[in-house]
Design a protein around this ligand. Structure first.
Ligand code: NAD
Ligand code: ZN
Length: 370
């Protein structure tokens, strides 16, 4: 099967994302071509290590790349100061230099943590992303945002640190739990909804093949990476356009917080799916887009098995006032006005900086179950 290449164009920091089957087994070759003579530290989690670490180490060995392994427990709690210290100490204990590379082999948790460590050890080491979850392949491994969580909130401590290479092996997704795959798909749909209406229409036709694996899966991941790479190249540090990538995330983050980040009830991509459906419904409520568009989005999310309304979340939710408080706490608030990503229709999202909180409250009251 062929390998797709997508470039993230950032001047002399431009890098490639390779997408396709068998890239773990070819990692040594691809890395030594671009970063000759380096040594590496592989950061991974226990779930991923079980199936994918040994083939990676063997591939690096064949190319003469020495590696040390830093394995951490799986889960969001690993994006912590304690885990960061383990990674930093592991890199230093292996005596890696600035020109050596940290390899992140895992989902977004490992990518964010390992990237942050690479960004700060010796004031910035080289970094290779090997994303193993669908979410990480289409979103978190691209664009250079790294970091950990604080008691004050998620992703509050970190740096922008771009990788030198991203290797997305689409075969490793076969061991990903089905629910995680479906959740990651929400971020793929997001790119269509932001500004790629033809891609969204293609997803509506081909989603079953994407879930089954094969060429359509590679195509969908590559198109998603192109979409994200475009936005990142325009606005690396999120002073403008990059905020469009938050479509569905203002409602989504509020729902994640409201469910106590309990992954039994809601994982990130599921929150984003409900958030995207709500963003379209809200836009239609404000006469910005047609109800037909909102219904079309809901129908697709529902078809692939994603939750799309608040009543799809098991257990009780807080009332509209509490939910609005969670929305206001989210970082996309400036001087009292709420910033939302709203839309004029499928593929026509825009940044709305002055959304009245009274409108949001009313909308939440109409859409909360019960
Ligand atoms: P994750 O890293 O926790 O992975 C989800 C689960 O799947 C974990 O249990 C993991 O061990 C397991 N897993 C991963 N790959 C596997 C595989 N191939 N086989 C079997 N199990 C596998 O979570 P995620 O959804 O990948 O990423 C979420 C994180 O990404 C969040 O912390 C979020 O803040 C971050 N994120 C960052 C960015 C960014 O731009 N940096 C963007 C979006 C999300
Ligand atoms: Zn997201």
């Amino acid at each position: 099967m062929s390998i797709e290449t997508v470039a993230v164009r950032l001047g002399d920091r431009t890098y490639d994302i390779l997408i396709g089957a068998g890239l773990v087994a070819r990692a040594g070759e691809e890395i030594s071509k671009r970063l000759p003579g380096i040594r590496t530290a592989i950061v991974t989690d226990a779930n991923v290590a079980g199936s994918h670490l040994a083939p990676l180490v063997a591939s690096l060995d064949r190319s003469g790349i020495a590696s040390t392994v830093i394995a951490l427990p799986p889960g969001e709690k690993t994006k912590s100061f304690d885990a960061l210290q383990v990674v930093v100490d592991g890199i230093l204990a292996a005596r890696l230099e600035r020109g050596d590379a940290v390899i992140a082999l895992g989902g977004g948790v490992i990518g964010d943590l390992a990237g942050f460590a690479a960004g700060i050890v010796r004031r910035g080491m080289r970094f290779v992303q090997m994303p193993t979850s669908l979410l990480a392949q289409v979103d978190s491994s691209v664009g250079g945002k790294t970091g950990i969580n604080s008691d004050h909130g998620k992703n509050l401590v970190g740096v922008f640190h771009q990788p030198q290479l991203v290797l997305a092996d689409t075969e490793v997704l076969d061991t990903l739990p089905a629910r995680e795959f479906t959740a990651g798909y929400a971020e793929i749909a997001k790119y269509g909804l932001i500004d790629r209406p033809d891609f969204f229409a293609w997803l509506e036709k081909n989603w079953q093949e994407i879930f089954a694996g094969g060429p359509a899966r590679v195509q969908a991941i590559a198109e998603s990476c192109r979409a994200k790479a475009d936005v990142v190249a325009r606005d690396e540090y999120e002073t403008g356009d990059r905020a469009l990538l938050n479509l569905g995330h203002t409602f989504g983050h509020a729902l994640e917080a409201a469910t106590g980040y309990d992954s039994q009830r809601l994982v990130h991509g599921e929150g984003v799916a409900i958030g995207m459906a709500l963003a379209h419904r809200f836009s239609s409520r404000l006469n910005l887009c047609s109800m037909d568009d909102a219904l079309r989005v809901e129908a697709h999310l529902s078809a692939v098995g994603l939750p799309w309304r608040m009543s799809d979340i098991p257990g009780a939710l807080p009332d509209a006032d509490r939910l609005l408080a969670y929305i206001a706490q989210d970082k996309k608030v400036s001087r009292g006005a709420l910033t939302f990503i709203l839309t004029h229709g499928v593929g026509k999202a825009f940044i709305a900086r002055d959304v009245a909180s009274s409108e949001v409250l009313l909308f939440l009251k109409e859409n909360l179950p019960g």
